[in-house]
Write a protein that binds this ligand. Structure first.
Ligand code: SF4
Ligand code: SF4
Length: 433
C-alpha cells in the first residue's frame, strides 16, 4: 500500500500503456514505420536488439502496478508473439483491458488454449495483412481462427492502404492483396484499410528536420527491457527514460496527460503515435496542433516553398482549393522572405483562386505570374479567359503585351475565340495538373 501512495505514474484513465514485448519481427516490410528513412523495395525490420524481460518479469512487474482498474494495455512489438512467453504473459496479466497488435503468424490454437485455461480474453486486437510475407489464404485462415476462437472480443483485421503509394507495392503485393480482398468478401471476414503513416510533415518519414515545440505526448511506452518512455521516438532511441517497470519505486513521474513540456526532438517523432490522436503540440507562437485534427496548416511553417507547392498541388487535386490557396500564399511568403518572387507559384495561385470564384484576385495572380516570366500558353490563356469573364480583356491584353510578344499572344486569343466560355473547360487547371 505504501507503494501505491508513492506510485509515480499519473492517473491511469487517460494514459495509453503499451508494452513492446520485442523489437523483433519475422517479416521485413519496406513500409515498416518502426525505423525512419523507409526506402521502397528495401526490406526493413523493427528498430533494435534488447535483453528482453522474461514472461515472469513482465507479469510480476505489470501486475504490481497499483492503479489500473481495467486499464487498456496494448501488447505489441515488433511482433509480440515472437516473445518466447507471449501466451504466458497474455494469460497471466490481471486487471487490464488487453489489446494486441500482431501479424497473425502465431499458433492460434495453442494460444487460445492457454488463454481459456486461465479464463482470460483480449478486449481488442489489431492485425494487418502484409502481402509480401504471407499468402492470402493462410492469413485469412489465421484471421478466421482468431475471430472464432473467442479469445478476442473485438478483433480488427486490416490492410495498409498503399493505393497512393505504389512505390511500396510490387506485382506480388497487388496480386496477393486482390486475392485476399476477394476471398475475405466471399468468406465474410470484415476488414478495413488503414492510412499509410509513412509520411511526415509533407515529406517522407526521413528524420531530417528537428524543431523545438511544446508537447503533451504522455504515453506509458515500455520497451522490451522494461524501461518507460513518454513517446515512441524516445523509446526507440532509448532517450529520456523515466525508469523501469521492474523498479517502479525508483521511477520518475511522467508528465500528466495534457501537461506541456518542451521537446527539441519534434520532427523525429514516429508518425504512428503522433497520428493516433493522443497528445498535442504547441509551436513558438502558441498555436496548439494535433496531427489528427484539422490543423495541418501549422506544418507549413517548417517546410520549404517547393515542398509547400507540392502540398498545394495535392490539395488542389483532391478539390480542397481553400487549403491549396493557403499553402500557396505561405509558399509565396517564404519565397519573398528569401528574396525570390516565383512566377510559377503565382500561376498556381491564380488557378486556385479562380476555382474558388475569386476572379479578380485570380486575374491579378495570373498577370503577376506572366510578369514574372511564366509565359506558357496555359497561363497566358488563363489570364485572358478570366479577363474576358470580368470584361477587362482589352486592358489585360495591353498589359500582357509588355511581357508576351504579339506573335505568341494573337494565336492564343484566336484559339480562345473558337472556344466555349471558361468554366467547364479544363484549361485553367493545367498549371497545377
Ligand atoms: S509486420 Fe509490422 S512490425 Fe513487422 S516488419 Fe512488417 S510493418 Fe514492421
Ligand atoms: S515532440 Fe515528438 S519526440 Fe518530443 S516528446 Fe513529443 S512526441 Fe516525443
Amino acid at each position: 500500500m505504501a507503494q501505491a501512495a508513492q506510485f509515480p505514474l499519473p492517473t491511469p484513465e487517460i494514459h495509453v500503456w503499451v508494452a513492446y514485448l520485442t523489437a523483433r519481427c519475422n517479416f521485413a516490410c519496406d513500409y515498416c514505420i518502426q525505423k525512419p528513412k523507409m526506402v521502397p523495395g528495401q526490406r526493413r525490420k523493427p528498430w533494435g536488439r534488447y535483453q528482453e524481460l522474461s514472461g515472469r518479469q513482465w507479469v510480476d512487474a505489470l501486475n504490481a502496478f497499483p492503479v489500473r482498474p481495467e486499464h487498456p494495455l496494448i501488447l505489441t512489438g515488433g511482433e509480440p508473439s515472437l516473445h518466447k512467453d507471449f501466451a504466458f504473459i497474455a494469460s497471466h496479466l490481471e486487471g487490464y483491458a488487453l489489446d494486441m497488435t500482431s501479424n497473425l503468424t502465431f499458433d492460434i490454437e495453442a494460444f487460445a488454449k492457454e488463454m481459456r485455461a486461465h479464463g482470460k480474453v483480449f478486449k481488442t486486437s489489431f492485425h494487418t495483412y502484409h502481402p509480401g510475407f504471407i499468402a492470402p489464404e493462410k492469413w485469412l485462415d489465421q484471421a478466421e481462427r482468431l475471430r472464432d476462437s473467442g479469445v478476442v472480443e473485438q478483433p480488427t483485421f486490416s490492410m495498409v492502404n498503399l493505393q497512393r503509394f505504389p512505390h511500396f507495392r510490387s506485382d506480388e503485393h497487388d496480386r496477393n492483396l486482390a486475392k485476399l480482398v476477394q476471398l475475405a468478401d466471399r468468406r465474410g471476414l470484415i476488414y478495413q484499410f488503414n492510412e499509410f503513416r509513412g509520411t511526415h510533415m509533407g515529406e517522407g518519414f526521413n528524420r531530417e528536420h528537428k524543431f523545438t515545440v511544446d508537447c503533451t505526448s504522455a504515453w506509458v511506452n515500455i520497451d522490451p527491457e522494461g524501461a518507460v518512455y513518454n513517446c515512441q521516438y524516445h523509446l526507440t532511441e532509448r532517450k529520456h527514460a523515466f525508469g523501469n517497470i521492474t523498479d517502479i519505486a525508483a521511477m520518475k513521474p511522467l508528465p500528466k496527460m495534457g501537461e506541456w513540456f518542451s521537446c527539441s526532438d519534434f520532427g523525429y517523432c514516429d508518425p504512428c503515435h503522433e497520428n493516433s490522436g493522443h497528445g498535442a503540440f504547441r509551436d513558438a507562437q502558441g498555436n496548439v496542433f494535433r496531427r489528427t485534427a484539422n490543423d495541418a496548416r501549422v506544418y507549413l511553417q517548417w517546410m520549404e516553398p517547393q515542398a509547400i507547392r507540392d502540398v498545394a498541388r495535392r490539395y488542389f487535386a483532391q478539390g480542397d482549393h481553400q487549403e491549396a490557396e493557403h499553402a500557396l500564399l505561405a509558399a509565396i511568403g517564404k519565397q519573398r522572405e528569401g528574396g525570390v518572387d516565383d512566377g510559377e507559384t503565382w500561376a498556381d495561385l491564380g488557378v486556385t483562386l479562380y476555382e474558388q470564384g475569386k476572379k479578380k484576385q485570380s486575374l491579378a495572380a495570373l498577370q503577376h505570374a506572366v510578369e514574372r516570366g511564366v509565359t506558357r500558353t496555359e497561363t497566358v490563356a488563363s489570364a485572358l479567359l478570366v479577363a474576358r469573364e470580368l470584361g477587362m480583356a482589352d486592358a489585360v491584353r495591353q498589359n500582357l503585351l509588355r511581357y508576351v510578344p504579339a506573335q505568341h499572344l494573337d494565336p492564343i486569343e484566336q484559339a480562345l475565340d473558337a472556344m466555349q466560355p471558361l468554366g467547364s473547360t479544363t484549361d485553367t487547371t493545367a498549371p497545377l495538373g
